[in-house]
Ligand binder design. Structure first.
Ligand SMILES: C[S@@+](CC[C@H](N)C(=O)[O-])C[C@H]1O[C@@H](n2cnc3c(N)ncnc32)[C@H](O)[C@@H]1O
Ligand code: SF4
Length: 452
């Protein structure tokens, strides 16, 4: 059985940071901590009401996962499956509703500060299904959708006027579309059938529906792509003046149907990243993280604020993760089509009672909580404020993790006003720095994870 270690032998060894910098900057996408491949079965299962009773529930993030797509892209290892079987989809939504009822009962009095429907491709749902998911969020879970930021992911072929109007009328203010490239041959090479005219029509419809925030995902490092064609795609995206743009380096992971890999590819990705970043900065965008760029004038939401380093997340649906201070949990994970289908079937067949327990996840002790806080702070433009860290943990970040000073000596970060912030060089090495911050325990669990 192949493990992550076979594919990334260096990343998960305790190498010196200076040695890790000699490796590819593109080893694995680090966007959360601990990684879901560090999750394991929990014995005995933990009751959600007991778990959440110890948690501050004033500013939670509600996330609903829709694991359906109309195609399986060659690079993607998200938890999703291709289906056009309406009965299966409707059984899934019913299971999410049963889960929501149990979870809500376990949570008790709660206030949500953010909401997102992700996937997969949420707009792959028929309009009635989308409506049912919004009802679960507002009626079953009690999220005040018009008053909190809410986001939905979509792909070009699944966007239509009625779905967009429904989402907007229910208070969704951010629509995010996966474009990847405006060149048809480049998207075809990663097994996407979309045509650029269709993409442009879809974004125009999103604008017309009145979403205050539109996000466009683009990728670099695609087969046949050059720096020039990547810049062409960015220019095409800018025609629509998106409030946000994500630039994703292509990662090809085990079991995802592609197999390109060489040093030249790293050089192209690095060149695309640098040119793309400089272009967006010159166009008035601010860089929030290695991947995320935000238009300067874009609106910020007034209302309860969710802090990703410290606040909890309630995930519904198969493939969604939930976070409390002490436990991150979800259900089993897979990429292979047959395994994903089986896990989905198990989810659909679950008893109501079993939705009231967490049985797969990762327990965080104080050190893991500190690592998570540092990692999420450092990988965004906020940086790691020592005062905020002390307020959260009562200790000094550098005393707890003296190795952080290496970031400064290797010119990956600067210390400014008692805040450690990545330099330009540090930002482009975000994924290396993130993985370097993983604890030995998490690295070991990731090494021994058997990818299905
Ligand atoms: C859930 S999808 C967005 C919505 C929709 N499913 C789609 O693909 O159009 C999330 C985004 O993550 C990015 N992504 C996913 N897997 C990736 C990978 N292996 N390498 C780089 N980017 C990836 C893509 O840009 C994709 O648009
Ligand atoms: S990139 Fe988007 S559309 Fe493609 S398989 Fe992944 S989730 Fe589905």
């Amino acid at each position: 059985m192949t493990t992550h270690l076979d594919k990334n032998p260096n990343l998960y060894h305790r190498l010196e940071l200076r040695n890790l910098l000699q490796e590819s900057p593109y080893q694995a996408y680090v966007y959360s901590y601990p990684h879901k491949t560090a999750y394991r079965p929990i014995e005995p299962p933990i009751s959600l009401s007991e778990l959440w009773s110890k948690q501050d529930k004033n500013a939670l993030f509600l996330y609903i996962h829709i694991p359906f797509c109309e195609m399986r892209c060659g690079f993607c290892n998200l938890f999703t499956t291709v289906t056009h079987n309406e009965d299966f989809v409707s059984q899934y939504i019913k299971a999410v509703k049963r889960q929501a009822q149990r979870v809500k009962a376990a949570l008790g009095e709660t206030s949500f500060a953010r909401f997102a429907i992700g996937g997969g491709t949420p707009t792959q749902l028929p309009i009635g299904g989308l409506e049912a998911i919004l009802d679960i969020a507002s009626e079953t879970m009690g999220a005040d959708l018009p008053c909190i930021p809410g986001s939905v992911e979509m792909s070009p072929e699944t966007v239509d006027k009625d779905k967009l109007n429904l989402l907007r009328s229910r208070g969704i203010d951010r629509a995010s579309i996966g474009v990847q490239s405006f060149i048809d041959a480049e998207v075809l090479a990663i097994h996407r059938r979309q045509k650029s005219q269709q993409v442009e029509d879809a974004i125009a419809l999103m604008r017309k529906a009145g979403f205050p925030t539109i996000n466009i995902d683009l990728m670099y490092g695609l087969p046949g792509q050059t720096v020039d064609t990547f810049l062409y795609s960015i220019r095409q995206a800018l025609q629509f003046q998106p409030e946000e743009i994500y630039l994703y380096p292509l990662y090809v992971r085990p079991l995802t149907g592609m197999g390109i890999s060489n040093r030249e590819w790293d050089d192209i990705r690095l060149a695309c990243y640098r040119e793309g970043r400089d272009f967006l900065l010159a166009e008035g965008y601010t860089q929030v993280s290695m991947r995320m760029f935000r238009a300067k004038q874009s609106t910020t939401f007034e209302g309860p604020v969710y802090c990703c380093q410290a606040d909890g997340m309630v995930g519904l649906g198969c493939g969604a993760r939930s976070y409390t201070d002490s436990l991150h949990y979800s259900n089993d994970y897979a990429v292979d089509a047959k395994e994903v289908r089986e896990i989905l079937q198990v989810f659909i067949n679950k008893s109501d009672e079993s939705f009231a327990y967490a049985n797969y996840g990762f327990l965080l002790d104080e050190e893991e909580r500190q690592r998570r806080y540092i990692l999420l702070s450092l990988l965004s433009d906020e940086g790691l404020s020592f005062a905020a860290y002390r307020q959260q943990f009562g200790t000094d970040a550098i005393a707890d993790f003296p190795e952080l000073s290496q970031l400064i000596s290797l010119k990956l970060a600067n210390l400014d006003n008692a805040t450690l912030r990545l330099t330009d060089f540090g930002v482009e090495r975000s994924d290396t720095i993130g993985a370097w911050l993983f604890s030995d325990k998490v690295q070991q669990l990731m090494q021994t994870y058997e990818l299905k």
